[in-house]
Design a protein around this ligand. Structure first.
Ligand code: HEC
Ligand code: HEC
Length: 283
């Protein structure tokens, strides 16, 4: 996305236009002919007054991109999932253990992805899936941790998402992780950068509109990790956040930072009720 034309323009005068016929917002997503994905549903209660209906970013993509996600053979993200299946079964580190030795088949992890980020009692912190995977690598396998949002970590996250596809996102907004969630909410609504924009300026107040050539979605994360046609690789949530923050001409946080962990938790909970969809395909 190029924001050059917006530079110096007041936020209220953002170059937004009415949605064109680029995307099929009424299309329904069924994967491999039988896996039904909820891409549009009533917003969770915590969004009352802000958003009535929540929609997956899939609905905002053009039909060529949409179709790629309807069959696993056409979804380039699935190649990374296959790689991760091999990693899952490979012993690593000083303990000589693989993920499989402790967790069984990847399919046994169905239901894990929908509730992340989640509070970890023993650690006394909210953890993203990648943080949890690295905790296992470091403390249970004696293996090196994976770089946040880099190849191996995102591929493994995609594998864990893929076995939960079709299950509803269900991230806790209360309980011991609530203060982290509140911090994420604050970040979501805080205007930053030279353009003085918040996440909400684009993804809550202007979804459905065009921002230059891009059809603005609600900025949901139920489809992550996402294979992007733009960079032909799997992309993690925090990398996407970084790109969006940069577009407002603000200083951004790094992948894996406490700020982005909190923001991920909050944004994920805005999608409570949508299906897990990763790995998705986006432009
Ligand atoms: C030696 C055993 C062991 C190995 C090897 C191991 N884990 Fe774990 N893993 C655990 C235990 C025990 C827990 C629960 C710990 C906790 O809640 O803090 C866990 C928790 C998890 C969870 C969170 C599950 C949930 O319900 O929230 C994920 C995801 C995970 N592991 C992924 C992995 C991946 C990916 C690998 C391989 C890179 C791996 N683990 C390797 C023992 C292991
Ligand atoms: C200037 C407008 C703008 C702002 C501000 C903005 N974004 Fe975005 N964002 C976009 C555009 C354009 C895209 C690509 C089209 C789409 O999916 O909406 C995008 C995409 C996304 C996606 C990918 C959605 C998908 O389904 O693949 C996420 C997640 C996201 N943004 C989150 C955020 C968060 C969190 C913030 C605040 C830190 C933010 N964005 C701020 C414009 C913006």
């Amino acid at each position: 996305m190029k924001m050059k034309l917006l530079h110096g323009i007041a936020a209220a005068a953002l170059a937004l236009g009415a949605g064109t016929a680029m995307a099929d917002e009424d299309a329904e997503l069924v994967i491999n002919g039988d896996l039904e994905i909820v891409t549009k549903t009533d917003a969770p209660a915590h969004l009352e007054g802000a958003v009535g209906e929540i929609m997956s970013g899939w609905r905002f993509r053009d039909s060529t991109t949409q179709v790629m996600q309807m069959d696993d053979f056409d979804n380039p993200g699935m190649i990374f999932v296959d790689d991760a299946r091999d990693m899952w079964a490979t012993a690593e580190g000083s303990e000589g253990k693989s993920c499989m030795d402790c967790h069984g088949e990847p399919e046994d992890m169905a239901g894990v992805k929908p509730v992340y980020p989640k509070w970890n009692e023993a650690a006394g912190e909210v953890r993203t899936l990648q943080m949890q995977m690295n905790d296992c690598r470091e403390n249970r396998m004696g293996a090196e941790t994976w770089k946040y949002d880099a190849g191996d970590a995102v591929a493994m996250e995609a594998l864990l998402a893929s076995v939960s596809r079709g299950m509803p996102v269900n991230v806790a907004t209360d309980g011991p992780g609530q203060s982290t969630w509140e911090q994420g909410k604050e970040l979501y609504y805080t205007r930053t950068g030279q353009l003085d924009l918040s996440c909400a300026s684009c993804h809550e107040l202007n979804y459905g509109n065009m921002i230059r050539a891009d059809h603005l979605s609600q900025g949901q994360v139920n489809g992550f990790p996402t294979y992007r046609l733009k960079n032909t690789k799997l992309n993690g949530i925090h990398s996407r956040f970084k790109g969006c923050v940069r577009d407002t001409r603000a200083e951004t946080f790094s992948a894996g930072s406490p700020e982005f962990v909190a923001l991920e938790m909050y944004v994920a909970s805005r999608g409570n009720g949508l299906s897990v969809e990763g790995p998705s395909v986006r432009n």
